[in-house]
Write a protein that binds this ligand. Structure first.
Ligand SMILES: *Cc1c(COP(=O)(O)O)cnc(C)c1O
Length: 434
């Protein structure tokens, strides 16, 4: 191995160009590359509270929040201390620790449908494992997902609807065998009849229906009244499991996630993002009878060298404890509402009728008129306009997701001053882009 260090003068350095030589697209996760908004990504040096700072020291009010995890804001003192203390004691042992007990116990107390949990290292891993569990439990192979919902990048889930509405789905990425794709059926969000039709065509074959209980990966699309309840009823009539992918909504919409917020209990729940407090963690949980099918109690194999990692559980536990304090979500909602109302006022003043969806601290403005209640309506958005808006906001020191079909995340660290600045930047940006 040749040891080397790259040395450039500050001025000559272009981190992104240089990164593109060593990482595909210069990044380790595609959306970070600014592909859908153009330009070059901000290289982050550090963060504190509601702010991130780039390598040149420029400050931005951050509404990406690492795509959701940083609900307390960045470098929260208690989380930081928990990580430091854990690091002092050892980064990883590959043996049980007390914090894994503390954390899993707290999760079962907070999330209504979850009696037992398995910790993993990412949302993708949680979904992949949860599907295996659902298939084992029901002894069926087929799964149903909704167009526009994202459940990580495992083979079975990178599938898009084919042209024949009820059959012939296609892999949405090269490298996914068609043989895998054929086990994944695609339904339409907020359209219970599309799910009913799939059950009818595939009698006794469907293991589970996966859904983001509030969909945060096609912008933000909220479930219409009765949609989740109908899914629940349909699944139990058909002997399938209902899987809520709460990787975004878990500990975001309430201390008990979307299932508590909407009062609908799924059979299996997947968690991620917030649960790691910024470190890599995922989890899946269910009632005991289902979870005890997992190895070593049951025969469904799933393992992980770094699962329940001490630093990650320390960060996660410190985060969950703060969220579980009375009044946390009320305060976060009050802040978020200031922002959402401010955006609404701005649009009114400017005579714009863009669709805007929000729930608690999640929000998304779509550059399309009218309502967005479906994937088809979401994708009508003018993504070029979003790109212009994104850059106009960034220029004014507000960091939004570099893509239209993502959420804004408000954190407990956002101050009244941040909110006021953001609302002003929103007005000026919309005015600028016309
Ligand atoms: C982010 C996300 C995932 C994947 O989680 P990773 O930790 O990125 O693997 C799964 N489901 C939903 C709803 C997500 O938003």
């Amino acid at each position: 191995m040749i040891a080397f260090e790259i040395h450039f003068s500050e001025d000559a350095m272009n981190y992104f160009q240089e990164s593109c030589k060593y990482m595909p697209g210069g990044v380790n996760s595609p959306v970070r590359a600014f592909g859908s908004v153009g330009g070059e990504p901000v290289f982050v040096d550090r963060a504190k509270g509601s702010k991130i700072y780039d390598v040149n020291g420029k400050e931005y009010i951050d509404y990406v929040c690492s795509w959701g995890p940083m609900i307390l804001g960045h470098t929260d003192e208690d989380v930081l201390k928990a990580i430091k203390d854990a690091a002092e004691k050892g980064a990883s042992f590959g043996a049980p620790t007390v914090n894994e007990l503390n954390m899993t116990k707290l999760i079962t107390e907070m999330v209504p449908s979850v009696e037992m949990v398995r910790l993993v290292s990412s949302g993708t891993e949680a979904l992949m494992s949860a599907i295996r569990l659902a298939r084992a439990y029901t002894k069926r192979d087929t799964i149903v997902k909704f167009e526009g919902c994202y459940h990580g990048h495992s083979d079975s889930l990178l599938v898009k609807a084919g042209s024949g509405l009820l059959t012939f789905n296609q892999p949405s990425s090269p490298g996914v065998p068609e043989d895998f794709a054929k086990h994944t059926l695609i339904a339409q969000y907020n359209d219970i009849d599309s799910v009913r039709a799939l059950f009818k065509e595939n009698k006794d074959k469907i293991a589970c229906v996966l859904v983001e209980p509030a969909a945060g990966n096609m912008g933000l699309v909220l479930p219409e009244k009765g949609f989740l309840e109908s899914l629940k009823n349909l699944c139990s009539e058909e002997g399938a499991l209902l899987l809520f992918d709460e990787v975004i909504t878990g500990f975001r919409m309430s201390a008990g996630g979307a299932q508590k917020y909407y009062n609908v209990q799924p059979d299996i729940t997947t968690l991620g993002k917030i649960i790691g407090g910024g470190l890599p963690v995922g989890a899946y949980g269910a009632r005991k009878e289902i979870m005890e099918m997992i190895s070593p109690v049951g025969a469904v194999y799933q393992a992980g060298t770094l699962s329940g990692n001490p630093l990650a559980t320390a960060a996660g536990l410190a985060t969950l404890k703060k969220l579980n304090q009375p009044g946390f979500y009320e305060a976060l909602k009050a802040k978020s509402d200031i922002l959402w109302n401010g955006f609404g006022e701005n649009c009114k003043k400017l005579g714009l009728k863009y669709a805007f969806n929000s729930v608690e601290s999640l929000g998304c403005m779509f550059f399309t008129d009218g309502e967005v209640k479906s994937f088809a309506q979401a994708v009508k958005s003018d993504t070029k306009k979003y790109a212009a808006f994104f850059h106009a906001m960034l220029k004014r020191g507000v960091n939004l997701a570099p893509a239209q079909f993502e959420c804004m995340f408000v954190s407990a660290a956002h101050t009244d001053e941040d909110l006021a600045k953001t609302i002003a930047a929103h007005y000026d940006s919309l005015k600028e882009i016309g």
